[in-house]
Ligand binder design. Structure first.
Ligand code: PEP
Ligand code: MN
Length: 338
């Protein structure tokens, strides 16, 4: 349920409400908005029956939360969440761009890419150090050495580092280097991993599983939010369908659908969503036109030699062109790229 506080409620009123929620063994999430403060009450609401919350001082109203996801829902927080990590701003009219290679391969590759994507206007640097690969024989990433190289690239350019964590036992290590922890599509429903990143205070980019519904994506986000980490970014990266002309099918209706139901920002990954470098720029522009709060794009100095995902990866020149097109589209929908 949602307990909506009156505009003139005092700190003591709020503390009393929170204490009463905890007394019932329910979990209060206090959300302070510019217009009103609400307490989202999570847990088995049978415990809340007959509590009389509405009679407490400072309480304006008590309402059920109808959506199955609670803290993620717009019912709880009508203002869009803006996630910032260093120079990277996702949401609130900013279309933040995260760009970089699929995998961190070596110092020259990651430093050169960081400099090039920054010059083109990206504010986040992506690069996998721990790679979840379909085959156990494919390149699995440089692991901690890769994280160190990402930290060097951040020191050189100031870009925010976005990198994947594939296992709960690696969260503490990856969180020491990352500005944004990426949860990959294959791990969207790894609930112990979601709980582990939910206990950190590092922003999280949560990718949609290729066979997950958007409602399941929101429930996965709920695990992170329920752990106390409110800095969650959703990412549409395409789903598996019968269609074979692209690596995945990239549904852009996800963006306005999510915006209507959640306050969390939505990023699109047209690299994995299409699997073909020549389709990436068009789908990036379409994503911005449809209201995306950010883009994540694979870029490499020499895509043909990339250790992973070369076929969907842009070179520096193509990325520069993508940015020029997306900047114009962002302006047309009253947003700013970068
Ligand atoms: C990636 O970003 O390189 C990646 C592995 O993406 P996904 O989890 O969406 O497949
Ligand atoms: Mn990739």
């Amino acid at each position: 349920m949602i307990i909506v506080m009156q505009a003139n409620a005092t700190r003591e009123d709020l503390d009393r409400v929170v204490a009463k929620v905890e007394e019932r063994r329910l979990k209060p999430h206090v959300i302070v908005g510019t217009e009103r403060t609400v307490v989202a009450v999570i847990g088995d609401e049978r415990g809340a029956a007959g509590t009389g919350f509405e009679t407490l001082s400072g309480v304006a109203s008590v309402m059920p939360i109808l959506a199955p996801y609670k803290v993620a829902s717009r019912e709880v927080c009508s203002e869009p969440t803006v996630v910032t990590a260093g120079p990277l701003v996702i949401g609130g009219g900013h279309v933040g761009v995260i760009a970089g290679p699929c995998s961190v391969e070596n110092r020259d590759q990651i430093i050169a890419t960081a400099k090039a994507v920054k010059a083109a206007g990206a504010t986040g640097l992506r690069g996998g150090a721990f790679k979840p690969r379909t085959s156990p024989y494919s390149f699995q990433g440089l692991k901690e050495t890769g994280l160190e190289l990402l930290a060097e690239a951040r020191a050189e350019t100031g870009l925010a580092v976005v990198t994947e964590v594939v296992a709960s036992e690696d969260v503490a290590l990856v969180a020491r280097y990352a500005d944004v922890l990426q949860i990959g599509a294959r791990n969207m429903q790894n609930y112990r991993l979601l709980e582990a990143v939910g206990r950190t205070d590092v922003a999280v980019l949560l990718k949609r599983g290729p066979a997950a519904t958007v409602e399941e994506l929101l429930l996965a986000a709920e695990y992170i939010l329920d752990g106390g980490n409110r800095r969650v970014i959703l990412c549409e990266r395409g789903i598996r369908t019968f269609e074979a002309h692209t690596r995945f099918t990239l549904p852009l209706a996800t963006i306005p659908w999510l915006h209507a139901r959640t306050h969390l920002p939505v990023v699109v990954d047209p690299s994995h969503g299409t699997g073909h470098a020549n389709l990436v720029s068009s789908m990036a522009a379409a994503s911005v036109a449809a209201g995306a709060d950010g883009l994540i794009i694979e870029v490499h100095p020499d895509p043909q030699r990339a250790a992973s995902d070369g076929g969907q990866t842009l070179d520096f020149e193509a990325f520069g062109k993508l940015m020029a097109v997306c900047r114009r589209v962002a302006g047309a929908v009253e947003r700013t790229l970068g």
